[in-house]
Design a protein around this ligand. Structure first.
Ligand SMILES: [Zn+2]
Length: 453
């Protein structure tokens, strides 16, 4: 029997196991004794380790931060790094998010795709590999974290207390694999002197500021000129209201993820642009436009940079005013061939002048494996062998995946190209044929990684 037939024979059992994981609402909760992420993640971990143990794997619970199922022998560890925590279900589901429900060839429930389905696909890939008699000259370890969605503290704990992974993948991204993830850098810009009374907008650092409300003294700018300036911007809506001693400007832009800020319209940036265009003389308006600006490419702080895999992106997500100081968050995604050290050096001469200043809060390194590296090739070949798809290639992305939380791995699946499982959304679902394909691909990937010396 070929491996796909074997997987089909075990699909009902796999779905039963998946439903056991789905019924635990494993959203992060308040820490209790021995349960750093609360009751839900710990219960999901216990269930997963029970399933793994029933399937004949040795299991370890690492203080409810994470746990693993393992087989094989030897010093090397081929790792699969999945997670059992989920994001909150949210309102508007057609079915109970914590009772896995099948409709024709799809199952619905929070986590069926991200990432509990991947846990089951990985476990059954391990089982099929073991039962096939394939020589297990290395250990294969399925690591299951309990805090991927809220900071990946689970993998920080593993990095301190567990053995390093020799090579492997996380089934928490896309096929046919993500061989590069841009570096991240967070900065904050501060005003020094400004006439702006208040400016507030945006709600998260990792999205374009899509709405912004600003108040300036009546004496600083002419309302009619400001309205004319606003009408020249790509803002989808704007208004200027004359209040007693001030103008209130409401600007509506377009949201976009911070990794693709060029797809959005920044409400704060275009408010600044319109204030300047209308003739307002102000230190922080000038500083914002020269240092942050509307271009989203980092050119204002000397960081414009493009390599073969993409360009640096620059996003102002939140603007807040407190005690007369305007504060703007900056989310930078920098290309995989740049280092945080180089980025800091490029930015350093541009971070402060008499009109404002920018602070670097933190910077993390990119993740990058060349496309022709053994890890990327071993995984990609498994994908091609099972799917026959050679049109999609391993990719580089601006977002960060679980792969960044532990060395030696890249993201590989579990979402297929051109599919949308509504991950993090209502009615998250998984096509049963895709679950079978994932299992077949992970089986082949494990064979390739075990055979590689
Ligand atoms: Zn995930």
């Amino acid at each position: 029997m070929n491996s796909m037939d074997q997987i089909k024979n075990q699909t009902d059992e796999m779905l039963t196991q998946l439903s056991r994981l789905i019924r635990h609402n494993s959203v992060q909760g308040p820490a209790t004794e021995g349960k750093p992420f609360g009751e839900g993640p710990a219960a999901a971990l216990k269930e997963a380790l029970d399933i793994a143990s029933e399937l004949g794997f040795s299991t370890v619970n690492m203080e409810n931060y994470c746990g693993y199922a393992e087989m094989g022998e030897g010093p090397d560890i081929v790792g699969i790094v999945a997670h059992l925590d989920v994001v909150p279900a949210g309102e508007g589901w057609d079915t109970d998010p914590f009772t896995m429900t099948r409709k024709k060839d799809r199952v619905y429930g929070r986590g069926v795709s991200d990432d509990k389905g991947a846990v089951i696909a990985s476990l059954y890939a391990m089982k099929l590999l073991r039962d096939s008699g394939f020589p297990l000259n290395k250990r294969v370890r399925l690591l299951m974290g309990c805090n991927e969605e809220s900071g990946s503290e689970c993998m920080k704990y593993y990095a301190r207390h567990g053995e390093p992974i020799t090579a492997g993948f996380t089934p928490d991204g896309y096929f046919p694999g993500i061989h590069g993830e841009k570096g991240l850098c967070a900065m904050t810009a501060y005003s020094k002197n400004t006439h702006i009374l208040s400016m507030n907008g945006g709600f998260v650092t990792n999205a374009v500021c899509s709405r912004c409300v600003t108040e300036v003294p009546l004496t600083c700018v002419d309302a009619a000129k400001l309205e004319a300036a606003l009408s020249k911007t790509p803002l989808s809506a704007s208004s200027v209201t004359v209040l007693e001693d001030r103008l209130r400007i409401e600007a509506q832009g377009t949201a976009a993820h911070a990794s693709t800020p060029e797809l959005g319209v920044n409400a704060a940036a275009y408010t600044m642009w319109a204030l300047k265009e209308a003739g307002m003389q102000d230190d922080f308006v000038d500083f914002y436009l020269s240092h942050l600006g509307t271009d989203c490419d980092g050119s204002g702080i000397g960081c414009q940079f493009t390599d073969a895999y993409g360009s640096l992106t620059f996003n102002n997500g939140i603007v807040e005013t407190k005690d007369g100081v305007i504060r703007c968050t900056i989310d930078i995604r920098y290309p995989v061939t740049l280092s945080s050290e180089k980025l800091r050096a490029m930015a350093a001469p541009h971070l402060e002048n008499a009109q404002g200043r920018i602070e670097i809060n933190h910077a993390s390194e990119p993740l990058f494996y060349p496309e022709d590296s053994p890890l990327v090739q071993n995984l990609y070949h498994a994908y091609v062998e099972v799917t026959g798809d050679t049109s999609h290639k391993p990719m580089v992305i601006g977002g960060g995946t679980y792969a960044k939380s532990i060395p030696g791995i890249i993201a590989f699946g579990c979402e297929f190209p051109d599919t949308d499982n509504h991950i993090h959304d209502v009615n998250e679902s998984l096509d049963i044929h895709e679950l079978q394909m994932q299992t077949a691909i992970y089986l082949k990937a494990l064979e390739n990684l075990l055979a590689d010396h």
